[in-house]
Design a protein around this ligand. Structure first.
Ligand code: PLP
Length: 338
């Protein structure tokens, strides 16, 4: 339960990978990648898509394609692109970052409005607003459009472009009961990961307008992400989009069952307004001590702070796994309080 990135491809997924027609994608000749890019663009309501090795590369390509060096990017301080991508944007795009506050990783319209400075020679050019859905550091919070739109409206008013890190956008759509297309609609570009809850071994897709994707393709090459007969990976992505979206609901139900059981035994659990497949637990002991204790039960979880754990459900965690985890927490908490 460290992450939904640990899922292993199923036998059925491996079979479609085995059978996938392939070609050299750098020449645009891999039919399976071309199909995945079309399917993803259609699903997300954009003109074009590009298959990339990782969510990080998709986000970095989006920033590169939307900005020039020195431009200002507005982003929540807890966003993955800022917090967990190793400062990559500073290296690749040379942009200036304006870090915003806001509930569940989402800045309000007023917060963004206050952050945008008037255009003059002293200020960087305000260029891009980047949001995230679901929001990882906010505990996998699914953010509805009502909470996204105020800052997007302000961004548009100031002629900023908008990018959505939708690594887990399918989780958000399932939890909110609306389509990924609707959640993606207000954004100029969207990245989605196939290798998280959707269960593919590798890959993300970045979507947007045709000229934007053409530009992003150049940056993928620069970053070394031009792959060759990677249709075997795209086949897994296509399989995931067809077969593994509905199952996300089950992951969410299992996460809720776990959260409720942990709360009932006195654990401090932070529950977002619309939760998905993550459970954040604030501990009375060091997270590393708890991680070691859980490992003895063959339960693997990650820290999200010195005293905070993150547990993530996914298609390789079943009901028995959830019950086993609840039992382990109960025994460990008894020894803590003894
Ligand atoms: C919200 C979010 N965005 C982007 C990424 C990056 O994805 P990758 O690990 O494929 O680079 C992650 C990875 O966990 C994530 O949680």
């Amino acid at each position: 339960m460290r992450s939904d990135t640990v899922t292993k491809p199923s036998i059925e997924m491996r079979q479609v990978m085995f059978e996938a027609p392939v070609g050299d994608d750098v020449y645009g000749e891999d039919p399976t990648i071309n199909q995945l890019e079309e399917v993803a663009a259609e699903l997300l309501g954009k003109e074009a898509g590009i298959f990339v090795p990782s969510g990080t590369m998709a986000n970095q390509m989006a920033i590169l394609a939307h900005t020039e060096r020195g431009d200002e990017v507005f982003i929540h301080r807890d966003s993955h692109v800022y917090y967990y991508e190793g400062g990559a944007a500073a290296m690749w795009s040379g942009t200036t970052w304006n870090l915003l506050q806001g509930t569940e990783g989402t800045p309000s319209g007023e917060i963004l409005e206050r952050a945008i400075r008037p255009t003059n020679i002293h200020h960087p050019r305000p260029r891009l607003l980047s949001l995230e859905n679901t929001h990882n550091r906010a505990g996998g919070a699914a953010i509805d459009l009502a909470r996204m739109m105020p800052s997007i409206d302000v961004a548009r008013h100031h002629d900023l472009l908008t990018h959505l890190d939708g690594a887990r956008l399918f989780n958000a759509a399932v939890a909110l009961g609306i389509s990924v297309r609707d959640l993606a609609a207000p954004f100029d570009s969207v990245s989605v990961c196939l290798s998280k809850g959707l269960g593919a071994p590798v890959g993300s897709v970045l979507v947007g307008s045709r000229p934007f994707i053409d530009r992003a393709r150049t940056f993928r090459k620069w970053l070394g992400g031009g792959m060759r007969q990677a249709g075997i990976l795209a086949a897994a992505g296509l399989y995931a989009l067809t077969h593994n979206v509905e199952g996300l609901l089950l992951d969410h139900q299992r996460a809720t069952k776990l959260a409720v059981a942990l709360q009932d035994m006195g654990c401090q659990v932070s529950v977002p307004v619309t939760p998905t497949n993550m459970v954040m637990v604030d501990l009375p002991i060091e997270a590393e001590t708890m991680i070691d204790a859980l490992r003895r039960y063959e339960i693997f979880v990650g820290a999200m702070g010195t005293k905070r754990l993150r547990l993530v459900t996914h298609l390789d965690v079943d009901d028995a796994g959830i019950d086993h985890t609840i039992g382990a927490f109960s025994e460990i908490y008894e020894t803590i309080h003894a």
